[in-house]
Design a protein around this ligand. Structure first.
Ligand code: KG4
Ligand code: ZN
Length: 356
């Protein structure tokens, strides 16, 4: 089956077409992403109104381009998928309404996809990963360890009690004057820094649960930066390296705890899978290899361009749901908040309805 996917939850406008074969193998036929980074950079972060307007301005062009690259027409599609949440509501309305219009005009099923579910299922598009597997999802808005049991069946094993890891990277970049987006810039500086120079805390390490906490680390970094200000370039690199080392040690410890919980509840996972923007960080990708080896499981890392937000993951999640007969009515509403463990094998609108 062939599905068009639309992503507009945050600051990337994206459209893609993927094919899912009957045996479950996936192929990306086109994948077009336009980042809004330049439009938000002056404000040091994503401005929701600017984001929504920017999605409106380019989405139809991106969809046309994604379709053109496949040399297929809308009538060849088996379904139209859009991210219906969680995310910034203005962008969600733009993407979901556009998907509904295409679905209505061409009489195709609509699939209202949870953005986190799309991150979770990407490993099956890129690596044909069987269920159940353990997902480490780390993005700008979420940091979770999730048992992925089936399409539509997710059990959250751990989550952040405060900031997401990507958010902590972004805030660190802001404190150090590195600008937006923070993750890649902090990573680039960390390469030239001394990770042992600053003794930053490792929150949550050693606990039996699989939760994260980033706000203490973020504050400790700010206090160190203020203590030694004005900052030289080397100071900034050393702070970045020390921050990244603290994050890395926390991630290793939390994943070991998460994998232990997984095994206790569901037996051995088929793989440890990473997803979300933070999973494009090379230092974190490397440490994940060690975590997987120690846990005697396989590591599945989608390519970096499929870890950050993209349309292919939405199209693929749409295809996976469509293959299970999970489609959504045209009245389906976007949801700014939509936790992954509230996604289930019913349609998005059924989950919305109070007595469903
Ligand atoms: O998954 P994503 O593209 O969008 C969300 O759904 O949030 O993730 C974006 C987040 C941002 O906070 C960004 O700073 C972080 O992922 N990020 C990184 C890196 N690349 C992106 N964090 C650390 N290192 C990176 N290389
Ligand atoms: Zn994302």
């Amino acid at each position: 089956m062939i599905v068009l996917g639309i992503e507009t939850t945050c600051d990337e406008t994206a459209a893609a077409v993927v094919e899912r074969e009957e045996d479950g193998r996936g192929h990306i036929l086109s994948n077009v992403v336009l980042s809004q980074i330049e439009e938000h950079a002056a404000f040091g972060g994503v401005v929701p109104e600017i984001a929504a307007r920017a999605h409106v301005e380019v989405l139809d062009i991106l969809i046309a381009q994604a379709m053109k690259e496949t040399s297929r027409s809308f009538s060849d599609l088996d379904g139209v998928a859009a991210a219906a949440g969680p995310g910034l509501i203005g962008g969600l309305i733009v993407g979901l309404t556009t998907a509904k219009a295409i679905a209505l005009v061409h009489e195709k099923p609509l699939i209202a996809v949870n953005h986190l579910e799309a991150h979770a299922l990407t490993a099956r598009l890129t690596h044909d990963t069987p269920f159940p597997y353990c997902l480490f999802l780390a993005s700008g808005g979420h940091t979770q360890i999730v048992a992925v049991l089936e399409v539509g069946e997710y059990v959250r094993l751990g989550t952040t009690l405060d900031d997401a890891i990507g958010e902590a990277y972004d805030k660190t970049a802001k404190v150090l004057g590195l600008g937006y987006p923070g993750g890649p810039r902090v990573e680039a500086c960390a390469v030239h820094g001394d990770a042992r120079r600053f003794a930053l805390p490792r929150p949550m390490v050693g606990r039996a649960d699989a939760n994260f906490s980033l706000s203490g680390l973020k504050t400790a970094l700010r206090i160190e930066a203020e203590r030694i200000a004005p900052l030289s370039d080397q100071d900034i690199c050393d702070l970045c390296a020390s921050f990244q080392q603290a994050v890395a040690e926390m991630v290793i410890d939390r994943l070991h705890a998460g994998l232990r919980l997984f095994r206790d509840q569901f037996g051995p996972p088929s793989a440890l899978v990473a997803a979300g923007g933070v999973a494009s960080n090379q230092a974190i990708r490397e440490l994940l290899h060690h975590v997987a080896i120690e846990a005697a499981t396989v590591l599945v890392l989608p390519p970096t361009e499929l870890c950050t937000d993209n349309g292919a993951m939405i199209a693929w999640a749409g295809a996976e749901r469509l293959a299970c007969g999970l489609i959504d009515p045209l009245e389906t509403a976007p949801r700014a908040r939509w936790p992954l463990d509230q996604v289930n094998r019913r349609s998005a609108s059924a989950a919305d309805a109070p007595h469903a």
